[in-house]
Design a protein around this ligand. Structure first.
Ligand SMILES: Cc1ncc(COP(=O)(O)O)c(C=O)c1O
Length: 326
C-alpha cells in the first residue's frame, strides 16, 4: 500500500473548490484597440456560469446563520444559471433542491440541473417567446416558488434580494479582478440581472480606485436603469434585464448604462467564438459589445483597460428539438 507522499498534492476536495478564481483573458484579437478588453471567464465555473459564486455564498452563509440546517431542502426561482450553481452546491452538501423556471429559458439549463440531482419545474410563458423571457414570464415561477416555500418550509434562497449574492462578488470577483490586473482597472461593464455581479464588483473596484468607470449593460428598449420606459420587453439577454430595477442595484455605483441591440449581442457573441476561441452565451456578447462602445467613445484614455464578464457557456443555448422545449 502506498504511504503518504512527501510531496504536497493539488487535489480539490470537492466541486465547491472549483468555484471562482477564474482566469482573466485579454480579447486583443477581437478588439485590438483603442484600449484593452479583459474578460473574466465565469463560464469556467462548475455550473458553467457566474452564478456559482453567489450560489456557494448564499448557501454557506445560510448554513452559518442556522437559517438552513444540514440536509434540509432548498428552493429557488431561476433563469437557469442560479439553479445550475445551486445544483452544484446542493449536490456536494447534500441538500435536496427544487427550482422553478420559465419555459422561455434555455432547456439545457434544466437538463444540467437535473443531471446534478435537482428538480426543475418549468412554467409556460405568458408574454415572451423561447429565448426571450420577460418579467411577466418570470413572475409565474416566482409566485410558484413563494407558494412552494410556504407549503413545504424549504429554505427559499431569494437571489433577487439576498445580500449574500452581492457579497459573493464583493468578496471574490472584485478582489480577483483587482489582483489579476495588477491593480489597474479603468472601466468595468456588466449586464444586470439581480445586480449581484454588477453591484458587488463595482463597489469593490470603486473602493480601490474611485475613478473606475462602472457601466451597466441594458438591451435596447428595456433600459429601466437608464430611467427609460420599457418599450421592448423581449430581448436575447436571458438571466438579465427583466425591465425592473432590482433591489441589489445601487444607483450610486453606476456611472452610465450602455445600450446594446440584439444584433450587436449576436455579432459579438459570434466574434468571441471566432476570434478568441471562447464559446459563450448572449450576455457575454452584450458585455463585450458594451466594452467596445465604452472604449470607442473617447470617454476613457486610449490605453484604458476595461474589464467585463463572460457570464456563461454558449453550450446553454444550442438549438434544441421543439419537443424538449414544451
Ligand atoms: C447568463 C447570465 N448573465 C448575467 C446574469 C446577471 O447576473 P446577476 O444576477 O449577478 O446580475 C445572469 C443571472 O442569472 C445570467 O444568467
Amino acid at each position: 500500500m502506498a504511504g503518504p507522499s512527501p510531496f504536497p498534492n493539488e487535489i480539490k476536495t470537492s466541486a465547491l473548490e472549483l468555484i471562482g478564481n477564474t482566469p482573466l483573458v485579454a480579447l486583443d484579437r477581437l478588439h485590438p484597440g483603442p484600449g484593452r478588453i479583459l474578460a473574466k471567464c465565469e463560464f469556467m465555473n462548475p455550473g458553467a456560469s457566474v452564478k456559482c459564486r453567489s450560489s456557494l455564498y448564499m448557501i454557506q452563509r445560510a448554513l452559518e446563520r442556522g437559517d438552513l440546517k444540514p440536509g434540509e431542502p432548498v428552493i429557488e426561482v431561476t433563469s437557469g444559471n442560479q439553479g445550475c450553481g445551486l445544483a452544484v452546491v446542493c449536490a456536494v452538501l447534500g441538500h435536496p433542491l427544487t427550482v422553478t423556471m420559465s419555459k422561455g429559458n434555455s432547456v439545457q439549463r434544466a437538463i444540467h440541473m437535473e443531471a446534478l440531482g435537482a428538480k426543475c419545474i418549468r412554467y409556460p410563458q405568458i408574454e415572451g417567446t423561447y429565448g426571450n423571457v420577460t418579467y411577466a414570464d418570470v413572475s409565474i415561477p416566482i409566485e410558484a416558488a413563494i407558494d412552494m416555500a410556504q407549503e413545504t418550509g424549504a429554505y427559499f434562497v431569494q437571489q433577487l434580494c439576498n445580500e449574500d449574492n452581492m457579497a459573493a462578488h464583493y468578496d471574490t470577483t472584485g478582489p480577483e479582478i483587482w489582483k489579476q490586473t495588477g491593480h489597474r482597472v479603468d472601466g468595468f461593464v456588466a449586464a444586470v440581472g439581480t445586480s449581484g455581479t454588477f453591484s458587488g464588483v463595482s463597489k469593490y473596484l470603486k473602493e480601490q480606485n474611485p475613478k473606475v468607470v462602472c457601466c451597466a449593460v441594458e438591451p435596447n428598449g428595456s433600459e429601466p436603469l437608464k430611467g427609460c420606459p420599457i418599450v421592448k420587453p423581449q430581448h436575447l439577454l436571458q438571466g438579465s434585464s427583466y425591465g425592473i430595477v432590482p433591489d441589489l442595484f445601487k444607483p450610486y455605483l453606476m456611472d452610465e448604462s450602455i445600450s446594446v441591440t440584439d444584433v450587436e449581442t449576436e455579432h459579438f457573441k459570434d466574434l468571441i467564438g471566432k476570434k478568441e476561441g471562447l464559446y459563450v452565451g448572449y450576455t457575454s456578447g452584450a458585455n463585450v459589445a458594451a466594452a467596445v462602445k465604452l472604449l470607442n467613445s473617447g470617454k476613457l484614455s486610449r490605453d484604458a483597460w476595461v474589464v467585463t464578464i463572460l457570464c456563461d457557456s454558449g453550450l446553454k443555448y444550442t438549438p434544441v428539438r421543439e419537443s424538449l422545449i414544451n
